[in-house]
Design a protein. Structure first.
Length: 262
């Protein structure tokens, strides 16, 4: 975000490269798993991490000047708008626990092959890439809050769909909704937190956002789903995910209404 400076709406165009690599690896991994075994995943993770570590030394440096203490910056994270946003975002990521942790297992239980599972993941990433490439247009036309609320609505639809979807068509269609539930949500979240955090606390704001959502939120989602997956099954967990997404979206919507009326 610091490197982008005044062109922060271009964040999605940079982030699209990560999604593109994800598309390539899930397609390749799907075929390798069908041909070899799931043990190939460990080798791919090791190789990918090694390459990433070597490339990271060339990340452009950014000069940072500390204007305030950590405690002063931390206090800015305790205002009402930040807390409500983080709570809603936390619920959104908890709702993704079934998808990120057990979507592949669910499809395998339904009888789909590893190649189909890889294709389904790839399709979701292609959908998010389309959103990220067009991020400037989207972010200039719609407010961050409206994009976030819309992504929650789509998440409710998506998880509800996976509650009963057993056909390849419906499953692949639900993957297209990843454009909103991850692509649009991620973009709006990063930029909304950048907007909420004061100049001296923008790095802390992104750190807290990432920790609460993709850290604590995903962990809580995995923990809950890991415990109940064999007890109630994936369909019921997807419906619970829809309820969590609804609660998160309602929280942000009510906050928007109160702000407009105040």
């Amino acid at each position: 975000m610091d490197l982008l400076a005044q062109k922060k709406t271009r964040y999605g165009q940079l982030r699209a490269w990560g999604s593109l690599s994800f598309v390539l690896i899930v397609i390749i991994a799907g075929h390798l798993i069908d041909t070899l075994s799931t043990e190939i995943i460990l080798f791919l993770i090791l190789a990918g991490s090694l390459i990433q570590s070597l490339l990271s030394v060339n990340i452009p440096p950014v000069k940072q000047v500390r204007h305030s203490s950590f405690s002063a910056s931390a206090k800015t994270m305790l205002n009402r708008r930040v807390i409500i946003f983080l709570t809603g975002a936390f619920l959104m990521l908890v709702s993704h626990g079934t998808y990120y942790g057990f979507f592949s297992i669910h499809l395998e239980n339904l009888g789909f092959s590893g190649s189909f599972i890889g294709m389904a993941w790839a399709l979701a990433s292609v959908a998010e890439i389309v959103v990220m490439i067009n991020s400037e247009r989207i972010l200039k036309r719609f407010s961050y809050e409206n994009i976030l609320i819309f992504s929650f609505i789509v998440a409710v639809i998506r998880w509800s769909m996976l509650y009963y979807a057993t056909s390849a068509f419906l499953i692949l269609f639900s993957q297209l909704l990843h454009a909103a539930t991850y692509g649009a949500f991620h973009l709006a979240s990063i930029l909304y937190m950048d907007k909420l955090a004061p100049k001296d606390a923008k790095t802390l704001g992104q750190t807290v956002n990432n920790a609460v959502t993709y850290g604590f939120g995903i962990m809580a989602g995995f923990l809950f789903n890991g415990y109940y997956f064999e007890i109630v099954g994936a369909p019921v967990l997807f419906m619970i995910s829809a309820i969590l997404a609804f609660c998160g979206g309602l929280l942000l919507f009510m906050n928007k209404i109160m702000k407009e009326n105040s």
